[in-house]
Design a binder for this molecule. Structure first.
Ligand code: ADP
Length: 559
């Protein structure tokens, strides 16, 4: 049965109950009122007529109108005969009254008339009592029947009220449970409502939906499983160590290389909080530290190996859902780099002596005591001298760089006078300054404290600053060398009004082999990189400020 039909039937049933009770109540009330009305209408009127006739009878001898009143009431009584025996009594009354009219002095008539009126009175009073009894009985019947019907209807309605809501609420509860199960991804859930109503149809629709979801889930699970195995295979085949963390930094996975490097099995630490693992594993502690030590030296494959640490965020819908730590094995690059550094160091070292002797020979050749040269020869000797000088600078820088790269910077740290360092540097560039007619200004503060530094390497840095400043300044340009003490730190600075450096290149200016695009072709791009290594090795810091077209200021601080 359809739900709509059930609801209509339920409401109709309640309607019938109310209607039945109403009809019964109206029926009994009407019956009672008609019975009481009857009493008033017939019997009460007869009593009134009788009383009027008795009063008129008293006055008949004296009052002639009394006969008329008697006659009128007698006629009304004759028209209002309702009780058995009342007709006979009224007929007797009429006969006696007629005799009284014809023989007024017969007093016997008065007695008989009174008796007749009395008997009419009695009949009607008895009828009133009887009808009263009947009305009371009807009221009692009505009370009884209405109580019985009311009780029956109350029982039926109560049963109906108790049971009917469950016709709707039970299937809704079953459906609700089913939906909750589906929401919890239990796609095996089915609903069985053996009903031919809308709920039955809903249950069928629910079951086919669950079936489709089940199929979808199974096919998706298979796909996911396949993708998972594929990615696991790829990750495990990789030469890099890979560790996956969820957003709460719990370990999700690690590949074979990571297992080997950490010395831990995936099954031992999976699901564990990475920081807890780091408490008992140094490498893990290193890996979790962000921002420090990008390159790690780890003993692996029976040798010292180098790994580059990269922490990548895993995102989904622009939200970070985890991290992958990649340990890239850069040992082969390291080995190649080492070979390159060794090669450069050897070559520059081997070249230094012959170049120095070429430079010496060129100086001697230019000496008039050895023999006069013509102008052209003198020019050629000069260019041999200049080139060998440049070659010496380059081999010197390459040697320094190889020292830096192999971590073999030998520092002779001692308390040094900052002014002496400046003078030492200026002396080296004196010739170039004069050649380019540079206007040099020195600002050396009084009473400068001694700095704990390697004089040679520090003045090398200043020379590099000055050489660059001269190179990138126009002829007759201005260079300002200053030394001052700021908060117990001594600052050495070289400022020029040359072409300056574009802001975007400034962060890379101290990188190895970096040259600003379009700047002079000569030079290795190593000078500033070596300078930084020298200064930082002494515990100082190095900086550059520049504006394109307005010049540059390079400075370092030592204490
Ligand atoms: P290089 O030996 O080639 O001069 P550096 O490391 O000393 O190498 O300098 C790197 C680059 O920085 C240079 O190629 C040059 O473009 C730029 N540079 C350095 N000093 C100055 C300066 N005073 N003015 C403008 N550019 C400069």
């Amino acid at each position: 049965m359809k739900l709509k039909t059930k609801l209509s039937l339920g409401i109709s049933f309640l309607f019938v109950v109310i209607l039945t009770f109403g009809i019964l109540s109206v029926f009994y009330i009407n019956r009672l009122s008609s019975q009481s009305g009857q009493v008033l209408k017939n019997n009460h009127e007869s009593l009134v007529y009788s009383n009027n006739m008795l009063k008129a009878l008293e006055e008949i001898p004296a009052n002639t109108d009394a006969k008329k009143i008697f006659e009128v009431n007698l006629q009304k009584q004759e028209a209002n005969i309702t009780e058995p025996g009342e007709k006979e009594a009224t007929t007797t009354l009429r006969k006696n009254f007629n005799e009284l009219i014809s023989t007024p002095l017969d007093s016997g008539n008065y007695v008989e008339i009174r008796q007749s009126i009395q008997s009419i009175n009695d009949l009607n009073q008895q009828a009133i009592l009887r009808k009263n009894d009947a009305a009371r009985k009807t009221a009692e019947d009505a009370n009884l029947w209405l109580t019985i019907i009311f009780s029956v209807l109350i029982i039926i309605t109560f049963t109906f009220v108790i049971n009917f809501p469950s016709v709707i609420s039970n299937p809704i509860r079953v459906l609700n449970n089913g939906i909750s199960e589906i929401a919890n991804k239990n796609y095996h859930k089915r609903i069985h409502l053996d009903k031919g109503d809308e709920f039955g149809e809903l249950a069928q629709a629910f079951n086919s939906m669950a079936e489709k979801l089940d199929e979808y889930e199974n096919s998706n699970m298979a796909k996911l499983q396949f993708e998972k195995s594929r990615i696991e295979t790829i990750i495990n085949q990789m030469k890099d160590g890979i560790i996956g963390l969820d957003v709460k930094k719990n370990i999700l996975f690690l590949n074979a290389v990571a297992e080997k490097l950490l010395g831990l099995k995936e099954s031992e630490i999976i699901g564990q909080y990475a920081a807890d693992v780091a408490l008992r594993n140094d490498l893990m502690r290193n890996l979790l530290q962000t921002g420090v030590q990008k390159e790690l030296k780890i003993f692996a494959d029976n040798k010292e190996s180098y790994f580059n640490k990269d922490i990548l965020d895993v995102t989904s819908k622009e939200q970070v859902i985890g991290q992958v730590i990649v340990l890239r094995n850069i040992t082969p690059f390291h080995e190649l780099n080492e070979a390159k550094t060794n090669f450069i160091a050897t070559v520059s070292h081997e070249l230094k002596t012959p170049i120095s002797s070429i430079k010496m020979s060129a100086t001697l050749l230019d000496d008039p005591r050895i023999g006069a040269l013509n102008e052209e020869q003198s020019g050629l000797v000069k260019s041999i001298y200049d080139d060998s000088d440049r070659l010496l600078k380059i081999t010197g820088e390459l040697l320094n760089m190889s020292q830096v790269e192999t971590g073999k910077i030998e520092l002779k740290l001692q308390p040094s006078d900052p002014v002496s360092i400046v003078e030492m540097a200026l002396e080296s560039v004196q010739f170039s300054l004069q050649q380019k007619q540079i206007n040099l200004q020195k600002h050396l503060a009084d009473k400068l404290p001694l700095v704990y530094a390697d004089m040679e390497k520090t003045s090398w840095v200043l020379i590099n600053f000055l050489t660059n400043a001269i190179q990138y300044s126009p002829v007759k340009g201005n260079i300002e060398v200053s030394v001052r003490c700021i908060n117990k730190v001594v600052q050495f600075s070289v400022k020029d009004d040359g072409k300056g450096i574009e802001e975007k290149y400034l962060p890379r200016i101290f990188d190895r082999y970096f040259k600003v695009p379009g700047s002079s072709k000569s030079g290795t791009g190593l000078g500033l990189a070596i300078s930084r290594e020298f200064i930082e090795a002494q515990g100082g810091s190095i900086h550059a400020e520049s504006e394109l077209g307005s010049g540059s200021r390079f400075f370092f601080e030592l204490n």
